[in-house]
Design a protein around this ligand. Sequence first.
Ligand code: MUC
Ligand code: MG
Length: 378
Amino acid sequence: MSVQEHELYEALGSSGARVAAIDAIPVALPLRRPVEFASGTITTADNVLVRVHSDTGIIGCAEAQPRPYTYGETQASIVAAINRFAPRLIGADPVRSARNRALISDGSSDTCARAAVLVALADLSARVLGVSCADLLGGAADDVAVAAMVSFGTPEQMGEDAAQLHADQGIEVFKVKVGRDPGLDIASVMAVREAVPGATLYVDANRGWNLEQAREAVPGLLELGVQMIEEPLDLADRDGRVQLAAEWPVPLGGDESCLDLGQVAEQIAGPVSQVSIKIARTAFDEGAAVAAYCRATGVHAVVGSQYEGALGAWASIAFAAGVRDLSSRPAEVANFLDLADDLVASPVITDGRVAVPDGPGLGATIDEAAVARYRVDR
Ligand code: MUC
Ligand code: MG
């Protein structure tokens, strides 16, 4: 670096860009039909679009999805938290992710609000540097296999949903939502198995069973070839979770119990032997730390979904493709298909795989007309 370059670096920060403003825009995006699972129902995608403007004119974007039953955050609380964080970041260099996380880590539990700001900063950083987020994360692969969630319906409807995802997108890996009545859960998984006989199947009870129901449902699910069981019980039932994990020949998956690295460490020392990493709650930095911890402890980690729209899906795709251990495993990035309209162009899933886009950052371009159409703050 020349003396002049060094002076410029010192004056401007390592990327040369500075955060100038942050928007938190609440939107209500239409769904094709409501999606339901044991811990909640989503009737509209009441997401928050986060835009970080830099003094260079380059903008970074991300999406937050309120999931009150998991994090306690609402759309209003996410907007309020981002507006509270924003002044602390004005003038910050977007590439300094550790410093920026520290600036907005104030002990509050605004998990998804904080993650969305950090992902938008990562999108901005990658755009400033002229590389994709996937490459910045390690560039392990150009595309990844897709896993789709099959939400509650009648068993017949759930089978049809899986068949359609298989026919239209070539998807062969399904996370079937369970946690209702054990008989209904087995019938649901059986319907998906019959609809796509060669599929890889795992299930997610979203804490909907009690110990007795889990014990009743699981043998039948195992017979249908289910390879992992996510969050069977209330997290407060620590003994029950440990007992089930010891009884099962397949992993007990951690999702709601694994919100950050500390919880992941605690759960891996306990009943969890597969971890769902959700960028919507960890952002890229903590997500990478969780992935590394899982690698070090020999635990399978996968990219999970909290029913993201397309912008959230682009972030998950970048992470899944960027990080070595994750790029070879199916990632849950298909839930944008539940939306009837969106703020950015949707990923295209072909033969069960989705590619990292060519452009810099997350590769998503905001449709301003869609923002105007769906924002609920004006
Ligand atoms: C999942 O894996 O549990 C349901 C709610 C949420 O936040 O994520 C989903 C999917
Ligand atoms: Mg889950």
